[in-house]
Design a binder for this molecule. Structure first.
Ligand code: 6GU
Length: 218
């Protein structure tokens, strides 16, 4: 899978992509991630990407030309199955979207900044508008990192133990994971439930199931 991310501050995304799961997926060549600096496609000597809103109002708006140029350069190189705009007023991201995106070959993610972007970009260059929750961030970069992480871990070969993916909390239709314990057996008087040391596999399974059900929010 290939993901192209377009942003005015692509540096924000370098950290999240150079560690852990995503780094491993890149090294294994399961995913390719390319960061594009929108400013490179900006106007004039100062590489301007934003302007004042028509009709007045505070804040700056991202202009269509830089986005159009950047997108069309990429469109000329390959087909994109999804063109996602990260925005606080988009559809709330969920595991369902993570699955959907993980089945695509090429996707572009455009990160918003400033007050917003020209509506013509949203209506003509974008196929999905996504938010990661009901709160406002200064830009879509961290939200894009969340989407990429959720998608990457679903790609075959990324997780060492696919079984752990199946039992993850938010896998659709599953119950939450039970409480987990590891060594030491007792720490400052806090001990691990004895049942887990009993060796009774069926009883342990039943106990885990009961604890999971109890955690489920209805
Ligand atoms: Cl995608 N962008 C911004 N700026 N804020 C957000 C968001 C996205 N999702 C939740 N808050």
């Amino acid at each position: 899978m290939r993901i192209d991310i377009v942003s005015v501050i692509p540096e924000i995304l370098k950290g999240p992509f150079s560690n852990s799961i995503i780094k491993r997926a890149i090294n294994k060549k399961i995913i390719e991630i390319y960061l594009h600096d929108l400013r490179k496609y900006g106007l004039g000597k100062r590489k301007k990407v934003d302007d004042y809103p028509y009709g007045g109002g505070s804040g700056m708006v991202i202009r269509i030309e830089p986005v159009y140029r950047c997108f069309h350069k990429l469109f000329s190189e390959r087909n994109y199955d999804e063109k996602i705009f990260m925005t606080p007023d988009g559809n709330i991201f969920s595991q369902k979207y993570a699955y959907e995106f993980s089945c695509k070959k090429n996707i572009i993610i455009l990160c918003g900044r400033y007050k917003g972007i020209d509506q013509r970009i949203r209506e003509n260059l974008i196929s999905k508008e996504i938010s990661i929750g009901p709160y406002v961030l200064s830009g879509g970069e961290l939200a894009a990192a969340v989407v990429v992480e959720a998608v990457t871990r679903l790609l075959p070969g990324v997780l060492n133990n696919p079984d752990s993916m199946i039992t993850d909390t938010f896998q659709i239709g599953s119950i939450p994971p039970p409480p987990l314990y590891t060594r030491p057996l007792i720490y400052k008087g806090l001990s691990v439930p004895r049942i887990l040391l009993s060796g009774h596999h069926q009883k342990i399974k039943d106990w885990f199931y009961k604890k999971s059900i109890l955690k489920k929010k209805i």
